[in-house]
Ligand binder design. Sequence first.
Ligand SMILES: [Zn+2]
Ligand SMILES: [Zn+2]
Length: 398
Amino acid sequence: MTSSDWATKDFYQVLGVAKDASAADIKKAYRKLARANHPDSNPGDKAAEERFKAIAEAYDVVGDEQKRKQYDETRAMFVGGGFNGGFGGGGAGQPFDLNDLFGGGAGGAGSANLGDLFGGMFGSGGGGGPRTTRRTRARRGSDIETSTTISFSDALEGVTVSLRLASEQPCAVCHGTGAQPGSQPQMCPDCEGSGMRAASMGGAFTINETCPTCRGRGIYVSDPCQVCHGSGRALSDRAIQARIPAGVKDGQKIRLKGRGGRGEHGGPPGDLFVVVKVSPHPVFGRSGDDLTITVPISFDEAALGADIAVPVPVVGGTPGGSKVTVKVPPGTPNGRTFRVRGKGAPRKDGTRGSLLVTVEVHVPATLSSEARAAVEAYREATAGNELRGRLLEAGGAR
Ligand SMILES: [Zn+2]
Ligand SMILES: [Zn+2]
């Protein structure tokens, strides 16, 4: 079972019993609720299934004498999720009751001290003051960024990748409070427990920002939990499947809505951003939605013109060996680029970019005697065509 955030969960409320209910009453309440919400009796009812899980989780703790004691102490100590958390002691918005949280108010020296702090904070130190009711504030989960490397053809086709994410869960040792079990937290001195503080924006403008000292918790933990170092959070690995859309570019950031960190107190989850790295292809390059390829052609093809076969990337299940014919007109210079529309990378709207074919005139390193004779004949035929005449003139000009 995963660790739950004790500070924000009211297991007594889940079971519908008083905080001082006897073990027998708790057991009775649990059995009744578990029977009513059992998946076997409610096939396909997701809400009942969730309730059943919550009931089991609650009973796992308060149904066990040892764990119940620890839970009660944690709750009393942390005041239900911190000041910022809004005294979630009520969980679902019940009136917050200081006495309740401090074990009846009679308390030892430590509790009395804290009680004073809280009382002062809420202006109810006089005892007869108004009760403060706060609701637990829903908080959106954090955005998470990760990266993945996919192949060139997967980038064109789209692919589902498996990502391992380190996500935050309540710390299993302090149950999310951040305080060493058995220690007493104090009110944050920098925000006086509000979890927020005014930050100057220059001039007369101020904005409220999360208190950096307590990170919005409102509580200063003098004796931090040794496992989570006071953060109340623990990292755990989780694997998720993410769909990378067809046509993704190298370095592009894909946003997967709602796949980030979990929200708190019913807040929505954050987003997951995946930076996609695309491995280079041995033949094709990429320029925006266009794909590029450099194709060698012979001198005679460039001079006389030719239809040349050019490979086309396989997209959308087209079997391998796909190619197009590019018409190279007579007199094509080295480095000319031809555009083949619709054979590039897929776009969002379903269309595709172009394949840009750049020709490179190939000069043979060796010639057969026959070829040599032909080239020599060509030289004879073109004698007098001074290629560099103008260049030499211009170069010598003052
Ligand atoms: Zn901890
Ligand atoms: Zn603070």
